[in-house]
Design a protein. Structure first.
Length: 344
């Protein structure tokens, strides 16, 4: 993803949204400044992309590219292209993707640093889209921007609903473009990722029926264990706990214990993340309960409740905890042969 967007920035320098109308609206000296700053920005971005030199040298080139593009935007406020390139540079060098692939050294600066640049990325690409709503390159960053919006829930919890609604719009638009074949022509993007992320966002805003449908689409497209667990959590929150337990435990040929250990490792390494802080405990508690690890489940139900995450789902967590405390919940039955039984 990063390589695709950054390659577009460095190669397609002629694909600019500014036109003769920009020249008519702004004095010629502004045009001269704009062109010079854009050229400087491209040169600095190319230097950074070469990864030659020290971390400090790469960071200096990245920061200088951002300064140049911002200066270009000031010179011609109606021009869209500087904002596309600002977002591409931030994504390429400062925004750490949820990926096991090597990341540029500039992205490993801690969560607070990354959240700041997530905000800058969203603002830049929002500005680009506002100025060039029909530019086909919008399809290249919809899912990236959606993930950045989701991360901003941690930075600006008071605006969580706005960020999540924006993420939903991006994911839904990305899926429409995927259906139209636009993603396939631009870069590799997996259907299960789009639907899985969409499902998670639906659940965060309380749209459980939509979340369950999207999780199913992701699983049918090859979604991994984290998607299966997401569906289980959505089912449980929809008061379909037995189906959730059956899904977690799988069938006779599955290895739910091994699946859970691998999942926990991925969460710890940051390959899977949840917002707001504390949401991960609901997942852990439900899985532990399904696997018969009742003491661990009780501890994580408490952790979720104490975190205050997702107030609309706190009653479900408390019901689980009370049932375990009073020993009203029986040991889960044998795993279902077909984990999708009853879901079709």
């Amino acid at each position: 993803m990063k390589r695709a967007i950054l390659a577009t920035l460095l190669v397609a320098t002629g694909a600019r949204a500014d036109t003769v109308w920009d020249q008519a609206l702004h004095p010629e000296p502004d045009r001269d400044v704009y062109e010079a700053e854009m050229t400087d920005g491209d040169e600095f971005a190319s230097q950074a992309a070469s990864h030659s030199g020290s971390y400090a040298a790469i960071k200096h080139s990245v920061d200088m590219a951002l300064i140049s593009y911002k200066n270009a935007a000031k010179a011609m406020p109606a021009a869209a292209e500087p904002y596309f390139r600002i977002g591409a540079v931030i994504h390429g060098f400062y925004a750490c993707e949820i990926s096991e692939l090597p990341q540029p050294p500039t992205c490993h600066q801690g969560e607070a640093y990354e959240l700041k640049y997530s905000k800058d990325l969203v603002e830049a690409w929002d500005a680009f889209e506002a100025r060039a709503p029909l530019d086909p390159r919008i399809a290249e960053f919809l899912d990236v921007r959606a993930i950045a919006r989701t991360k901003l829930v941690k930075l600006e919890p008071q605006s969580a609903q706005r960020h999540l609604n924006g993420a939903l719009r991006d994911y839904e638009a990305a899926i429409e473009r995927w259906k139209d074949g636009l993603y396939a022509r631009n870069f590799e993007i997996r259907k299960e990722q789009l639907y899985g992320n969409l499902a998670e966002t639906y659940m965060m805003v309380g749209r459980l029926d939509d979340a369950i449908d999207a999780y199913k689409e992701s699983l049918l497209a090859g979604g991994d264990t984290s998607v299966k667990y997401g569906l289980a959590v959505a089912l449980d929150r929809d008061e379909r706990t037995q189906q959730a337990i059956d899904l977690i435990r799988g069938n006779k040929s599955s290895n739910p214990i091994n699946d859970f250990e691998l999942y926990k490792e991925r969460v710890q390494r940051g390959y899977v993340f949840y917002v707001p802080d504390g949401e991960q405990y609901y997942y852990l508690a439900l899985i532990e309960e399904a696997l018969g690890r009742y003491s661990d489940a009780m501890e994580d139900w408490r952790n979720f409740i104490q975190s205050g995450a997702h107030p609309q789902y706190q009653p479900r967590a408390k019901a689980h905890l009370e049932a375990l405390k009073t020993q009203k919940r029986l040991r889960p039955p044998l795993p279902a042969l077909d984990p999708f039984e009853g879901l079709r």
